[in-house]
Write a protein that binds this ligand. Structure first.
Ligand SMILES: *Cc1c(COP(=O)(O)O)cnc(C)c1O
Length: 322
């Protein structure tokens, strides 16, 4: 299996890197009665990895096409999106600026240290200003409107981002090594879930909420399905009543909460499979699949594909077990 990595910024190279991403079968007693495979999008590229790479792709192209020389975006101290954006800017010759909430701390997180090393300029703004980040006049308010830039919202959550994830769905349809019964993905905003639900037609998509989000992830996923449209071509008899399934049982207390049960599960999983997870997204995702399998809520013999959406750089934000 040759992994190509993201070496140049064009559709053909990107698709060929995406098509080279391996699917790995998992042999583990953590998923009794079901067959689990993982699509390793954490391996898409060493630095621009996971679903954030897909969300960035069309944004990077748009920046080039517009003749923008800078990508401005925002995120938190451990943001996978900030990390990927900084790395992508360095790789493809775009300046990057990351808008971060609050005052610059004396010691930056490992994520933000990397981002600066990749050349990203960090601009720390007040919480009050950060709250305006989704308003059209945000760059003006932040006094950044003189820069020839493309603004990408937090997490890469715009139409170009959704179109990038739709591309991932199309690649999954064409490269899946066996016929799967379900695809499982971790949800922060719901963009990845919705964009996959609109592009993966061969099997239903299940989302696992990693935070207490009320109804917002469902609404966000439905929004992106409506925006992208769908031409589902379900075989007769297998037409789902919903475009996707969603569970909120596995946020483990909230965003980035890491109770012992999750920590122990992650250790067992990593030991048995050799596949690293991140505590915020993919550990909760695998934990959900495991618990659903153990509880008999996934039918016996089902073939489950799980999307490894990356985020491994964020592991550094969690202390190893004492
Ligand atoms: C951002 C992220 C997600 C969530 O993606 P959404 O489209 O916001 O739901 C999942 N996994 C990883 C590793 C991420 O970084």
């Amino acid at each position: 299996m040759s992994i190509r990595y993201l070496t140049s910024l064009d559709l053909e190279s990107f698709i060929s890197a995406a098509r080279a991403v391996p699917y790995q079968g998992v042999n583990s007693d953590l998923f009794p009665g079901v067959e689990v495979w993982i699509r390793r999008d954490d391996l898409l590229d060493p630095l621009i990895s996971g679903n954030k790479a897909y969300k960035l792709f069309y944004n990077l192209l748009a920046a080039k096409e517009q003749g923008a020389d800078t990508i401005i975006t925002c995120g938190g101290a451990w943001s996978n999106h900030i990390h990927a954006t900084a790395a992508a800017g360095a790789r493809f010759g775009l300046r990057t600026m990351g808008i971060i909430r609050g005052e610059r701390p004396p010691l930056l997180s490992a994520t933000l240290q990397d981002a600066e090393r990749f050349g990203m300029q960090l601009k720390f703004v007040t919480r009050e200003l950060y709250r305006q980040r989704n308003r059209p006049e945000f760059l003006e308010l932040a006094e950044l409107d003189a820069i020839n830039s493309l603004y990408v919202p937090e997490g890469g959550a715009n139409l170009a981002g959704a179109e990038g994830i739709r591309l991932l769905g199309e690649v999954i349809e064409r490269t899946a090594p066996i016929s799967f019964d379900q695809l499982w993905v971790a949800c922060g905003t719901g963009l990845t879930l919705g964009s996959l639900a609109s592009s993966v037609h061969r099997f239903p998509v299940h989302g696992v909420e990693v935070l207490r989000a009320g109804d917002s992830i469902r609404r966000d996923a439905e929004h992106w399905i409506a925006v992208l449209g769908t031409n589902r071509d379900w075989r007769k008899g297998s037409i789902p009543t919903k475009a996707f399934e969603l569970t909120n049982k596995y946020h483990c207390g909230g965003y980035a909460k890491y109770p012992n049960c999750l920590r122990e599960f992650q250790q067992d999983f990593e030991q048995q499979s050799g596949i690293p997870l991140d505590p915020v997204y993919t550990a909760k995702l695998m934990y959900a699949v495991s618990q659903e399998a153990i509880g008999g809520r996934i039918s016996r013999g089902a073939r489950i594909l799980v999307l490894h959406s990356g985020g491994l750089q964020g592991r550094r934000g969690f202390q190893p077990r004492k």
